[in-house]
Design a protein around this ligand. Structure first.
Ligand code: SF4
Length: 412
């Protein structure tokens, strides 16, 4: 892979060597005792552009509170960043009642101002497709509300639960599976709900794994997250947490040194993130992943297959190679689910199988995630794969490899 040119914001290596920022933008004493990737690896990731914010001082741009405050939530703000089509203009207004718009300056600056098919734009700017309700669409496609013993906890599988901590996210992804409640502050988890969720987990010794989700749990303050993780860690039967967050993609400035220092107190912490396109792999995202990995977090990526964004094996391969350089393991590719108003994003299941066929054997196994359909009505993740079994009779198996050659395997 060729080195990418340096774009704005100084030398690429500077992104990691600036003094660490505190949440309010002021420098904090360095606690960075991590291992730095070699500069030639870091240099493959170009800083994101600054668009209309090119004169904003670095201290503000790198302050996640500023990025949250300056989010684009209205049409007139968006018009200043990109050239909208008439359809997009209508969609911004007409979809608001169903699912609000919210885009951080950082993520908005990644959009191509002139191309409505830009993958960043498709994921964050409303389109009229959201107003089409397909016959298969469901309000709660994964039946998460049905398996909710107390508000804020989905408990479907014996040893693990999904714990909703907030309904806020830096960017409201137009393909969100939980758009029925995400972005709606009236349904957000209040303190009492969090306490009741913690009490439920404490009362169920069969739970060993907690997926902390939302919305995006990194929308909470470090102190609030520290409190929740500390309470969970104090429960003897809890073994691991998984933080489900898209902040590394849409607001990488959120991953401060203070934040990762807090996480270190609660290990083992797994982080599942959600990159969908190589364009999202910037120097800023690289730095966020670097901080998390150096702090000992294990990071996995859950890509959603989206028409027009990543339904192409070449794009997925490039994305997965970049993720591995960022120490993020491609974990799942999800078939786009049946959430209401996102049918324009759905691809045939065959597309996912074709992508796996193009990856398996053609690149490192580390770059080949599991392709799954999260079955409607709470059926769970079902892996779907190309068929490598040509025939099977008794103890004789005929298998084909990635190049289409057939091999016989005889069982003892
Ligand atoms: S970050 Fe996750 S929960 Fe939030 S809008 Fe995007 S997909 Fe939905």
């Amino acid at each position: 892979m060729a080195n990418l040119p340096v774009m704005g914001g100084g030398e690429l290596g500077d992104v990691g060597s600036r003094p660490p920022e505190r949440a309010n933008g002021a420098a904090s004493p360095s606690r960075d005792d991590g291992i730095r990737p070699v500069p030639s690896v870091r240099a493959r990731f170009a800083p994101g552009p600054r668009s209309i914010w090119k004169d904003v001082p670095d201290a503000l741009w790198n302050d996640w509170h500023w990025q949250q405050r300056e989010r684009i939530t209205r049409l007139d703000q968006l018009e200043k960043v990109i050239h909208l089509t008439d359809e997009e203009r209508r969609a911004v207004v007409e979809t608001d009642a169903e699912f609000h718009m919210g885009i951080t300056p950082y993520y908005a600056a990644l959009m191509d101002p002139d191309d409505p098919s830009c993958p960043i734009r498709l994921q964050s700017v409303p389109t009229l497709g959201e107003l089409t309700i397909a016959p298969a669409d469901l309000e709660d496609p994964l039946a998460e509300e049905r398996d909710m013993p107390v508000p804020g906890i989905t408990h479907r599988y014996p040893d693990r639960v999904l714990f909703y901590t907030t309904h806020n996210c830096p960017v409201y992804c137009r393909h969100c599976t939980r758009k029925r409640k995400v972005s709606d502050p009236t349904t957000a988890a209040a303190k009492r709900q969090i306490e009741e969720s913690l009490a439920y987990i404490a009362a169920h010794p069969e739970i060993r794994d907690v997926v902390i989700s939302g919305g995006d749990p990194l929308s909470l303050s470090d102190d609030r997250l520290d409190y929740i993780l500390g309470r969970l860690r104090a429960i003897p039967h809890i073994e691991i947490f998984r933080l489900g967050t898209r902040n590394i993609v849409t607001l990488p400035q959120r991953v401060t040194d203070d934040f990762v220092h807090m996480l270190r107190r609660h290990h083992p912490v797994f982080v599942n993130t959600h990159f969908n396109h190589p364009k999202e792999c910037t120097a800023e995202a690289f730095e966020a992943a670097r901080r998390l990995a150096d702090a000992g977090c294990v990071i996995g990526n859950q890509m959603v297959l989206l028409k027009g964004v990543n339904d192409d094996p070449k794009i997925v391969k490039e994305l997965n190679h970049k993720l591995l350089l960022m120490r993020i393991r491609p974990y799942y590719i999800y078939q786009c689910d049946l959430s209401k108003g996102i049918s324009h994003f759905r691809t045939p299941v065959e597309t996912g199988i074709r992508i796996i066929e193009h990856l398996r054997g053609h690149t490192s196994g580390l770059a080949v995630p599991h392709f799954v359909v999260d079955a409607p009505q709470g059926g769970g993740k079902i892996p779907v794969n190309p068929d490598y079994v040509v025939s099977h009779e008794g103890k004789r198996w005929v298998l084909r490899n990635y190049a289409g050659k057939e091999y016989e395997y005889l069982e003892p």
